[in-house]
Write a protein that binds this ligand. Structure first.
Ligand SMILES: *[C@@H]1O[C@H](CO)[C@@H](O)[C@H](O)[C@H]1NC(C)=O
Ligand SMILES: *[C@@H]1O[C@H](CO)[C@@H](O)[C@H](O)[C@H]1NC(C)=O
Ligand SMILES: *[C@@H]1O[C@H](CO)[C@@H](O)[C@H](O)[C@H]1NC(C)=O
Ligand SMILES: *[C@@H]1O[C@H](CO)[C@@H](O)[C@H](O)[C@H]1NC(C)=O
Ligand SMILES: *[C@@H]1O[C@H](CO)[C@@H](O)[C@H](O)[C@H]1NC(C)=O
Ligand SMILES: *[C@@H]1O[C@H](CO)[C@@H](O)[C@H](O)[C@H]1NC(C)=O
Ligand SMILES: *[C@@H]1O[C@H](CO)[C@@H](O)[C@H](O)[C@H]1NC(C)=O
Ligand SMILES: *[C@@H]1O[C@H](CO)[C@@H](O)[C@H](O)[C@H]1NC(C)=O
Ligand SMILES: *[C@@H]1O[C@H](CO)[C@@H](O)[C@H](O)[C@H]1NC(C)=O
Ligand SMILES: *[C@@H]1O[C@H](CO)[C@@H](O)[C@H](O)[C@H]1NC(C)=O
Ligand SMILES: *[C@@H]1O[C@H](CO)[C@@H](O)[C@H](O)[C@H]1NC(C)=O
Ligand SMILES: *[C@@H]1O[C@H](CO)[C@@H](O)[C@H](O)[C@H]1NC(C)=O
Length: 756
């Protein structure tokens, strides 16, 4: 995400909402009029032309300056009243003596995106008739001169996206007609206490992403305020309760500050229009007050990342319009809050309904809830105990109950949901017959539980399945060849169970047309693989950027919904980003596979990760490995491989981790930057490798220690897997789900906004 999206996303949403739904942008720059330009006005403009890059064809001395591009004159007096020089890359500073300040009748001035440098000159105060001032996206720096207070006719002022520093001049209190004030994305410090209460006409005040420290104690006089965004500043102190007395306020974002103490909505106006409240990432504490029910119009509530404790009051169920509630990362206890979910209203931005209660200490599910259209329910990392209640089935999109103490068996009806995450609980029994009645299931993560028995054959009815992770259970079964018929299965993790038998069966059609990540490590699989074994996995040989591959693998992570693309999983993890962009991996390590490594492995040209360590593979390393040009990790350690390391592997430029240790390899080690950057221990315990000086250093010479020798300390460091890819593969969660739906909408509106 870009800085503006991650840091200021809600603020911009507010602005956009304001723009698009309430105040269609007025066309402030009217078409040129027929009045004749006065000489002093023309001369001032020509002075300015020298400072700015203005197209000379239009700004021509011998024509009426009122007809020049960007210039609008007063019909009667012939004075310039509006000047729009947006996107003229002036690359200069505005001098005090600039011709601009002679245009004293200006009402509208737009110098946004002009690359203006230096300070705002104090002669700005000369333009005392200004009603609209646009200076966004310049390199303007330093403090704002206090003479700006002379512009007491201002209705709109935009100083956003600059490098302005220091305090806001007290003279801002003169802006009694100001309706919209944008100060966001600057480096302002100090307080807003003296200024804000006097901006009595303001409807929208946006000052997010600055370093403001103090906040006004009484803002209840701002009767017209609609939206206020002070997120990502350095505010400290108590909850600014006076803001809640403003009944016109609809959007309030004070997230990412250091406010502290309890919150209280006791004085909240009974006619509060507040729709969106974001107090996340502060140090608010105490309990969530009963008085929260006064915010009856809320559709979005974010109190995440604070220190709220105790149970959530039942009165929260009176917030009948809620679409989004995020209470994650607090110290909340007791029952999972009971929220009433109304049916969706397509005329609003927030149509996805999400509830995030993760990272708290909730201990019970409470009574059955009417889940209706709930898209996401995240109660992961709490203290939930006992069985999973049946009523929880039917969360439409993501149900995350991972990292709790849930026990009992897995309810069959969970396949009503698309994505079910039950990782790290104490669930027992065998996997139920999923997808008998409902085929929605796309991903199922039941890793790190106590499941036994076999994988139910009914899983092949889950025709939409993309990801199956049963890692870390006690499942005792043979290799599920039959899963090969699942057309979309992309990630299959059977790691650390009691699977046994061969992974090749001459009579079983392998299938797995879309498999991109397979981890069957640490089981008891045996047997050898035919030479063409890997030839049957089409997905792994497809380049990620081919449309076909994108269509299917991409579909695993995206969902198409109401024309908006939704990222399902936590896209923030670096390793995960790799997977998301087409990462392909095979981990067969820690089994008893034997025979040759099939030469057909070279066909998997898109493979990034290959771990065959800890098996009983014999004979030569197939030279075709050199054809896997994208390979990043290659671990063939702890086998019985013999012969030479194929020289072609030296050409693999992405290879960052190589391990050939504990085999019977001989001959010259390939010379390449990649080999040169390996740890010496990656070659230890082989019978006759040489040419290792450039890896192990001169002192070690050719004497790569064998296990019988005492390796020196630098050689015996534990083998760290370079890429913890599988952790990333399964560490998916609903994290950014809601954010991105909205983010997408935001992007399109942002576009509209900037070009309008
Ligand atoms: C807050 O703003 C600063 C700079 O304006 C930025 O570097 C930082 O990432 C932002 N923090 C958050 C949490 O958005
Ligand atoms: C200002 O700088 C931009 C890029 O730095 C350049 O493209 C443009 O031509 C410059 N304008 C003038 C008037 O020098
Ligand atoms: C300015 O306008 C005059 C008269 O229309 C024309 O002759 C002249 O070429 C123009 N100059 C420029 C620089 O376009
Ligand atoms: C600003 O206004 C004052 C008087 O009103 C005038 O003397 C001065 O020249 C003006 N500054 C500029 C740059 O035009
Ligand atoms: C505020 O506006 C008044 C005119 O209404 C003006 O006289 C005064 O100088 C302004 N104050 C500042 C600090 O600019
Ligand atoms: C703010 O407004 C009040 C009341 O109108 C006034 O007394 C006060 O001087 C103003 N503050 C500033 C800094 O102008
Ligand atoms: C509510 O308003 C009263 C009277 O203005 C005030 O004394 C009290 O401190 C306010 N309570 C809160 C929580 O702001
Ligand atoms: C949907 O939202 C619109 C605009 O906010 C509102 O006028 C309408 O009453 C809402 N409809 C329902 C069914 O909530
Ligand atoms: C598993 O869940 C428990 C209980 O919530 C938690 O303490 C632990 O850190 C989790 N383990 C992992 C590996 O996430
Ligand atoms: C690598 O691929 C090329 C072209 O597909 C093929 O001709 C060659 O035999 C392969 N090399 C090995 C060592 O398999
Ligand atoms: C390969 O698998 C073995 C055994 O499971 C493990 O110890 C090793 O760390 C893995 N190698 C990499 C690079 O992940
Ligand atoms: C809830 O808040 C947390 C922390 O602020 C954030 O990481 C997460 O993405 C939010 N969850 C949802 C579903 O938006």
């Amino acid at each position: 995400m870009s800085r503006s999206q991650s840091c200021c996303f809600l603020g911009i949403i507010i602005t956009i909402y304001f723009f698009v739904f309430l105040h269609p942008l007025p066309n402030t720059f009217a078409s040129p009029t027929r009045s004749v330009c006065l000489g002093d006005q023309r001369d001032a403009l020509l002075e300015l032309q020298k400072e700015f890059h203005v197209p000379t064809t239009s700004w021509n001395k011998s024509t009426d300056c009122c007809s020049w591009e960007g210039v609008t004159c007063d019909d009667i007096l012939g004075k310039v009243i509006s000047l729009e020089l947006r996107y003229r890359k002036a690359n200069t500073s505005l001098k005090s003596s600039s011709g601009l300040f002679k245009l004293q009748h200006l009402r509208e001035l737009d110098l946004s995106f002009c690359n203006l440098k230096g300070k705002i000159p104090s002669s700005i105060g000369n333009l005392s008739h200004l009603t609209h001032l646009h200076l966004t996206y310049n390199l303007l720096v330093g403090e704002v001169p206090s003479s700006i207070g002379k512009l007491n006719q201002l209705e709109y002022m935009d100083l956003s996206y600059n490098d302005l520093k220091g305090n806001i001049p007290i003279s801002f209190a003169n802006f009694t007609k100001l309706s919209r004030l944008n100060l966001y994305e600057n480096q302002f410090t100090g307080g807003l206490d003296i200024v804000l209460p006097n901006l009595t006409s303001s409807t929208s005040i946006q000052f997010y992403c600055n370093y403001f420290q103090s906040f006004s104690t009484d803002l209840s006089g701002l009767h017209n305020l609609f939206s206020l965004d002070g997120s990502n500043n350095s505010f400290v102190g108590p909850f600014p309760s006076s803001l809640f007395m403003i009944s016109s306020l609809q959007f309030l974002d004070l997230s990412h500050n250091q406010f502290e103490g309890p919150i209280d909505f006791g004085n909240t106006s009974s006619s509060s229009m507040l729709k969106q409240l974001d107090l996340s990432h502060n140090n608010f504490g105490g309990s969530v007050p009963k008085s929260i029910s006064k915010l009856g119009n809320l559709f979005s509530l974010d109190l995440s990342h604070n220190n709220f404790g105790g149970p959530v009051p039942r009165s929260i169920s009176k917030l009948l319009k809620l679409d989004y509630i995020n209470l994650s990362s607090n110290k909340l206890e007791g029952q999972v809050p009971h929220v009433s979910w109304r049916s969706p209203n397509s005329s609003e931005i927030f149509t996805e309904k999400c509830a995030n209660f993760a990272h708290n200490s909730f201990s019970s599910f409470g009574e059955s809830a009417k889940l209706g259209m709930l898209e996401l329910l995240d109660i992961s990392s709490n203290s939930l105990q006992g069985p999973i209640p049946q009523w929880i089935c039917g969360i439409i999109f993501v149900l995350d109950l991972s990292n709790n103490h849930l026990s009992g068996s897995i309810p069959q009806c969970l396949s009503k949901s698309n994505n079910v995450i039950l990782r790290n609980n104490s669930l027992s029994g065998s996997l139920p017959d999923l997808c008998i009645h409902d085929q929605q299931l796309q991903s199922l993560d039941v890793s790190h539980n106590n499941l036994v028995g076999k994988l139910p054959k009914s899983l092949i009815k889950c025709s939409d399945m993309r990801l199956l992770n049963v890692r870390g259970n006690k499942i005792k079964d043979t290799f599920p060849f039959w899963l090969g018929s699942l057309t979309y299965l992309t990630v299959l993790v059977l790691r650390s169970n009691a699977f046994c038998g061969p992974i090749y069966n001459a009579s079983a059609y392998l299938g797995f047309p879309r498999l991109a990540i397979i981890d069957i490590s640490n089981n008891n699989f045996v047997g050898s693989l035919p030479q063409d074994y890997f030839a049957k996995w089409p997905e792994m040989s497809l380049a990620w950027n081919t449309p076909e591959s994108e269509k299917y693998l991409g579909d695993h992570f995206y969902r198409f919904h109401d024309d908006s693309i939704t990222l399902v999983y936590k896209g923030v993890d670096m390793d995960f980003v790799k997977i998301f962009s087409g990462f392909k991996a095979i981990d067969f390590s820690g089994n008893q596979l034997s025979g040759n490594i099939p030469g057909s492995i070279g066909l998997l040209s898109d493979l990034r990760f290959l771990n065959l360590s800890g098996n009983a593979f014999t004979c030569n390393i197939p030279p075709s490995l050199a054809n896997i040009t994208k390979l990043e990790t290659l671990d063939l350690s702890q086998n019985n491989l013999s012969g030479e390391i194929p020289q072609g592997l030296g050409k693999l430029t992405f290879l960052s981790y190589i391990n050939f240790s504990h085999n019977h390899l001989q001959g010259l080690v390939p010379r390449s930057t990649q080999f040169g950057s390996q740890n010496c221990s990656s070659f230890m315990d082989n019978s006759g490798l040489y040419g290792l000086e450039y890896i192990c250093g001169e002192s070690n010479h050719v004497s790569v220690p064998t296990s019988s020798q005492q390796p020196d300390e630098s050689l015996s460091e534990p083998e760290e897997p370079v890429l913890n890819w599988i952790a990333a593969a399964i560490a998916f969660g609903p994290g950014v789900f809601c954010g991105l739906v909205i983010g997408h909408i935001f992007t399109s509106y942002k576009h509209e906004w900037f070009i309008s």
